[in-house]
Design a protein. Structure first.
Length: 182
């Protein structure tokens, strides 16, 4: 069963057949050239980076302040990879410049920093006191099996084992929270 093209070619003269084949070849050549040009113009730059969770990400926009690999892709050409370190925000146009402080603002900042340092020192002293208190209580509860305590009614009683174990746990928790690990 002959194809349509072979039937048409048989009905045409030799000169007409050559002209038709040249036209078809010229069209194919033009289409091939257009496809090559289109592929060349579709080069893309893609960025590969790994986030804090270890997930590999690919984006077309370069993320800020993250070390990335720049992947340049082009149809028909091998992909090229370039390592790029994390961007320094100082060199970026979007970086916000901090305004300079006035003398009053600088003095206020120094006062706040001094107060914060004093507060932290006070917290450290309180924790040290709580640490010593928790250690003393734990030592007393562990050394003695029968411990006398004064109840809410003012009467002395012997502490039960359940209460003793609860207070030992509380003292141990106090040590964990207040004693600096060395």
């Amino acid at each position: 069963m002959p194809t349509l093209i072979s039937t048409v070619l048989r009905t045409l003269s030799e000169q007409q057949t050559k002209t038709l084949l040249m036209a078809v070849s010229a069209r194919r050549l033009a289409v091939a050239a257009l496809l090559c040009c289109a592929g060349a113009s579709q080069a893309a730059e893609i960025y590969r980076w790994i986030d804090a969770d270890g997930v590999v990400n690919y984006t077309q926009q370069k993320p800020r302040n993250i070390a990335v690999q720049s992947l340049t892709t082009q149809a028909g050409a091998p992909t090229t990879v370039k390592e790029q370190p994390a961007a320094d925000p100082v060199g970026e146009p979007d970086a916000v410049a901090k305004p300079e402080m006035t003398d009053t603002q600088q003095r206020m900042l120094e006062e706040l920093q001094a107060k914060e340092q004093a507060r932290q020192q006070e917290v450290a002293e309180i924790r040290e006191g709580n640490c010593q208190k928790s250690r003393t209580i734990l030592s007393d509860l562990s050394a003695k099996e029968r411990i006398r305590v004064r109840g809410d009614d003012g009467m002395e009683r012997i502490m039960g084992e359940d209460e003793r174990q609860r207070r030992i746990s509380e003292a141990q928790q106090g040590i964990v929270e207040n004693c600096a690990s060395a």
